[in-house]
Design a protein around this ligand. Sequence first.
Ligand code: FRU
Length: 499
Amino acid sequence: MIFKKGRPIFYMLMLPILLAACTSEEKTEVADIEPGDYRPAYHYSPPQNWTNDPNGLVYLDGEYHLFYQYNPQGDTWGHMSWAHAVSPDLITWEELPLALAEYPNADSTETMIFSGSVVVDSLNTSGFFEPGFKKGMVAIYTSHVHKDGEGTDQHQSLAYSADKGRTWKYYDKNPVLDLGMKDFRDPSVFRYQGKWKMVVAKPKEYTVLIYESDNLKEWKRLSEFGKMGDMAKIWECPSLFEVPVEGSDTTRWVMMISSAAKDTDFTGMQYFVGNFDGKRFKADKQRGVRRVDYGKDFYAAIPYNNLPADQAKPIILGWASNWAYADKTPTSGYRGMFSLPRQLSLKLDSSGVYHLIQQPIVRKGISTKTLTMKAPDLKAGVILKMDGNSYHLNLTIELAEAENFRVKLFSNEKEASILAYDIATNQLTFDRTKSGNIAFHKKFPSVEIMKVPPVNGELKLDIYVDNSIVEIFANNGVAVLTDLVYPTKKKGEAIIGVN
Ligand code: FRU
């Protein structure tokens, strides 16, 4: 149901109108948001219950697998297990039965299945499969031991599947990597130079350890990386992967880490660009912290393993929420969702710095408006009538003589989520302090800032709006911002102008 019967609210549009699609005389019907309306239409969200990190992203035989941190028993964090979905195209997903469940131990403790990765062991290096079987999957996850919810140990363990992830067996000699630590987690394993490599975090020491193995069971420590960049909170979910440099046939390595955000009350992600020689990752010199996403709701992203050879660009997927308030978000029946999958490349700027470029993978056919606006158009303003609250705005703003401008989403008399550009400082801000249902947590109302210098006098904005999430890709993905919003009225329009 789109409009709640019997409660139409008519609302006069205030801005002068540019597009014929809507005149200032026209009245827009709005209705209250129903509890189910926050579920996104083109982002993946679990059918029910709680989710956080994506896990074990791997491609095999025409299927992209998405395993994810999941509580089978409720819509807040707990009983962490791996849920499972598959997709032929990263766009439509089929939900499969739970893959890895929390299990009890002999000594009255329990083991939760924390984050980790999945590899395709096509050479049967692990010996888990029939000789010659090429499609065995091995999951390398953090076994989080706890007693009545209180964590005691974290180590790395294995599970394996001979039926493309549908059923799994835990390795009977787990764990395979144990430093006797309470915090030691989130292994990301990949194949390089004929060996398995693992990056895994010591969260409280801001350190990533790099290991190597022939068989996924015995691991040799190679090196460590860390104690640089953002060290305000903890380091989790590291990943290390090769990324093509645009306009060249070279690659560089990227180390991505989930850690603190700009404001240390929140979690966010940082990255380092550098070189990996098979043993050691050496980061380029960098000024300041490099942020993967400037919003509050992008975390724990990891890359896909085993992509087809013709897909040179890594693909990542992140959890769209923030530990600061994740268990309070006002959705009903489920909690948590994932970002759009993003294809990555690097771009070298004239000062010799590499920038991460992110391009979303999105369903064709979502409602899209493409618009180029110049200074007088911005001044006149425009109201774009969208088909519902799940859409894509593709804007090119020619900045010559333009004033500061704003794009208002989900706006009505009382609320709006506002994207604003400041010409003098090149700052793009996203303000959700009046975005609607914000009272569920005191940290939720926030303003995000990212710097986006124009390119050839233009600013390009790809704004993906999907009921309760806004993902903004500026200048073809050179800067990205992801935020959740919880409007209380449905409006299906975006207002662009200088006011
Ligand atoms: C990151 C994280 C991981 C951990 C998992 C537990 O969001 O804290 O470090 O493995 O979530 O659910």
